[in-house]
Design a protein around this ligand. Structure first.
Ligand SMILES: Nc1ncnc2c1ncn2[C@@H]1O[C@H](COP(=O)(O)OP(=O)(O)OP(=O)(O)O)[C@@H](O)[C@H]1O
Ligand SMILES: Nc1ncnc2c1ncn2[C@@H]1O[C@H](COP(=O)(O)OP(=O)(O)OP(=O)(O)O)[C@@H](O)[C@H]1O
Ligand SMILES: [Mg+2]
Ligand SMILES: [Mg+2]
Lengths: 228, 228
């Protein structure tokens, strides 16, 4: 599903260059469940943004489902993002003056479903992440963990085949974290959805069957974990 | 230092009422180090906002340093916040079009220090949280953990006597988290600064000498931990 070869990402700010990724290669089959770990600033989110077609590498190649991503037009990239990928952002990226329900429905506005279908699906997803009763709150009327769960519900709304979750439990207590991980686990085992999640917590990483370790813009370890 | 009695906070949204705090009382002496834990949505941030004079309770009283906070004018509250309290927000609340350095300097604009003093102090704080070299980045040019550390550096800039930190390590790997906790520990032991931090991670809470547990808008447990 994912074939990333020698991804390099260099940010330039005037005279200064920041090598956020220094040659990252990764191969992921459909149906895998990966965790990505590493120190703050080691390139994890930069890598996730490239995998999610939100950003292009400075050099290197990335094939998603056989297609070379660097050869796609902006419209084609937007289509892939909207249909194939569900992204949970590290900083949630919710629309501020918009209710939780509308935030979750947003991706569905582009695929032609009816208003009633969209709303029913959004309500179902919010219920599933424990937010029944919070659908009309705007982000600033929600706790940190509730905002994070709206972001998760939104990432799942399009039935994506690939979920990229950047610190999806960073603001959640252990009880709520386990409920979210149970959802990801079920989607992976029952629906065969590929999941790549960034976390700095070992207990969260233990749900995955493979752990990728980043340090200073490189992958330094790729552990396949034997699972029951 | 802190005397909170029967704090109640009810949010009203049209017909719906949400009892975020249902009668919370807490007494904190100068120099204490507290951790606050509890499930997502249990009222922790709401409580911290009242302690930090950012919000008023629906009912109940709160004395900070002997003064009844509900009797203070808006200007007096702003002064207390600026001089006595350093607040690390759960969602960082950094100014978007502004560099890390300027974000950290911001609280110092109100207390009459010179430009050179402000900048030197801000640089020192950024260096201390491991962000040397990142001072000119704007928030969207920083990783999640780097943004969180800018928020921490900003909270410390005014040499506050009370630090309220809401999930200050939620986006940090364990190595960086320990560096931040070492800073808080040093400020508490050497400078006698009172620290109250919200966390959902037990290893972070273990740095505190007292752990407050929230559930559904109430404090259900107040553990004093014997420390070496
Ligand atoms: N402005 C608001 N209007 C309406 N409801 C609100 C508002 N702010 C918070 N709430 C609600 O109050 C409850 C408590 O929120 P609070 O932010 O204090 O929780 P928390 O313990 O910090 O949670 P988390 O661990 O997820 O950050 C939540 O259920 C939330 O939906
Ligand atoms: N737009 C940008 N311009 C310049 N530098 C950037 C930009 N975005 C990220 N960086 C830098 O690239 C490096 C990698 O960032 P990235 O967000 O990928 O780290 P991360 O591993 O996700 O960290 P964290 O665990 O703190 O979220 C960081 O040191 C950051 O300062
Ligand atoms: Mg990141
Ligand atoms: Mg909170």
């Amino acid at each position: 599903l994912i074939e990333a070869i020698d991804l390099v990402k260099i940010y330039r700010m005037g005279e200064v260059t920041i090598p956020a990724l220094r040659g990252v290669s990764l191969s992921v089959e459909m149906g895998e469940f990966l965790a990505v770990m590493g120190p703050s600033g080691s390139g994890k989110s930069t890598f996730m943004n490239i995998l999610g077609c939100l950003d292009k590498p400075t050099s290197g190649s990335y094939r998603l489902d056989g297609q070379k991503v660097e050869e796609l037009s902006r419209d084609q990239l937007a289509q892939i993002r909207n249909r194939k990928i569900g992204f949970v952002f590290q900083t949630f990226n919710l629309l501020p003056r918009t209710s939780a329900l509308e935030n979750v429905e947003l991706p569905l506005l582009y695929n032609g479903s009816s208003t009633r279908e969209r709303q029913a699906k959004a309500l179902k997803n919010l219920h599933e992440v424990g937010l029944a009763g919070r659908e009309h709150h705007q982000p600033n009327q929600l706790s940190g963990g509730e905002q994070q769960r709206v972001a998760i519900a939104r990432a799942l709304i399009n039935d994506p085949s690939l979920i990229l979750a950047d610190e999806p439990t960073g603001n959640l207590d252990s009880g709520t974290s386990m409920e979210i991980m149970a959802i990801f686990q079920r989607l992976n085992r029952e629906a065969g959805i590929t999941i790549i999640l960034v976390t700095h917590e070992a207990e969260i990483a233990s749900y995955a069957r493979r752990i990728i370790h980043f340090r200073v813009g490189l992958v330094i370890k790729d552990d396949r974990v034997a699972k029951a």
